[in-house]
Design a protein around this ligand. Structure first.
Ligand SMILES: CCCCCCCCCC(=O)SCCNC(=O)CCNC(=O)[C@H](O)C(C)(C)COP(=O)(O)OP(=O)(O)OC[C@H]1O[C@@H](n2cnc3c(N)ncnc32)[C@H](O)[C@@H]1OP(=O)(O)O
Length: 172
């Protein structure tokens, strides 16, 4: 990993929301039209999520041929999208609405089309509206991660943040 990412000194461990899904339970999509998780988004990743213990989430999707970048391997942007979605969903354990402010990925190994890509995500801490997360991605048969990521999410007011794009909720 080549990252210079560091967590702030005043970081605190937030409390998992009491209404968050139980460990082992499937977590819901945050929006049905979302490219990452939406059930009404036929060209999307179709990611699924299982709540883990504490502030952790496991996620996965199948690397379809349409996600190809180089010959036979995943496009790097699709992999970063998977991280974004998985870590963003992990933040839902706090029952706050967040958007990504910063995302960085280290690509360690090529990921072959047809793989099932699995993500282990956690919340590392929070400061005010900022939620810090990190994650690793694995494919079957690999003990070492094929990629790692770190991200900063910022809590938002949904009505304010999407005030200019509300029409997309009714007209996709
Ligand atoms: C609903 C659940 C969803 C779960 C799954 C979601 C998965 C997918 C998530 C996405 O892909 S979201 C789409 C991509 N992201 C965006 O479009 C966000 C675009 N950026 C913004 O809208 C604003 O920049 C943002 C809301 C992130 C922040 O603007 P604000 O005016 O609300 O806050 P502000 O700029 O004061 O920043 C708040 C704190 O974050 C810090 N910050 C913001 N951007 C940063 C950055 N890039 N790097 C480091 N720190 C950053 C900022 O310094 C400050 O720190 P302090 O509390 O210490 O003062």
């Amino acid at each position: 990993m080549s990252s210079t990412w560091s967590l702030p000194a005043d970081i605190e461990i937030p409390v998992r929301h009491p209404m968050a899904p139980e460990p082992g339970a499937q977590m819901r999509e945050h929006w049905e039209k979302c490219f990452g998780c939406g059930s009404d988004q036929p060209t999307g990743l179709g990611m699924t999520f299982i709540a883990g213990e504490g502030l952790t989430v496991e996620a996965q999707f199948d690397v379809a041929h349409r996600y190809q970048g180089g010959p036979g391997v995943i496009h790097g942007g699709i992999l970063s999208t998977g991280f974004d979605e998985a870590m963003g969903t992990c933040c839902m354990l706090l029952a706050n609405s967040v958007v990504t402010a910063h995302l960085e990925v280290d690509y360690a190994r090529p990921i072959v089309l047809g793989s099932t890509l699995k993500f282990s995500c956690r919340i590392d801490g929070a400061v005010r509206r900022k939620v810090y997360s990190s994650a690793e991605a694995y494919v079957d048969g690999s003990n070492a991660p094929v990629a790692t990521a770190r991200a900063l999410f910022v809590q938002i007011d949904m009505d304010q943040h999407f005030k200019d794009t509300k029409q997309f909720i009714d007209h996709f």
